[in-house]
Design a protein around this ligand. Structure first.
Ligand SMILES: [Zn+2]
Length: 136
């Protein structure tokens, strides 16, 4: 058995990498970067945290509990999506400040965009159909 086959056998049935691991690796690099360029923060804390995160990432790659790792990644992707949507929303709020205003539906918490017309308006949520009052 050559080295390549041994390696293939070693990784057989193991989880491998995913978006969460990529994120952990980037976080690791970011901590080392901060430790290097910002001497105000005690670097042993950052280097320690970075090492722990790296170990966690490697353990996830080596894990045979594929289901559990997949579920962790799904939770991570959900959080990532929420964070991403939040920043896109904030960006759009500023970008379209002259033409639109954003409000949350009191019923389903859906984020809604309204054409900017000063005054009070009765509106209906297109998602849940609830009627409510907004002031622009
Ligand atoms: Zn609604």
């Amino acid at each position: 058995m050559n080295f390549r086959e041994k390696l293939a056998r070693f990784f057989y049935g193991r989880y491998g990498s995913d978006q969460l691991n990529l994120f952990l690796m980037i976080l690791c690099m970011a901590l080392l970067f901060i430790a290097f360029f910002l001497p105000a923060v005690p670097s042993y804390i950052l280097r320690g945290a970075s090492t722990l995160i790296m170990i966690l990432a490697i353990l996830r790659i080596m894990s045979r509990n594929v289901d559990k790792r997949r579920r962790e990644n799904a939770v991570f992707m959900k959080i990532l999506f929420a964070v991403k949507s939040f920043f896109i929303r904030q960006f759009n709020r500023v970008r379209y400040i002259k033409t639109y205003r954003y409000r949350k539906c009191p019923g389903c918490k859906n984020h809604l965009r309204f054409p900017y017309k000063k005054g009070e308006h009765d509106v209906r949520c297109p998602r849940c159909g609830r009627d409510f009052h907004i002031k622009l």
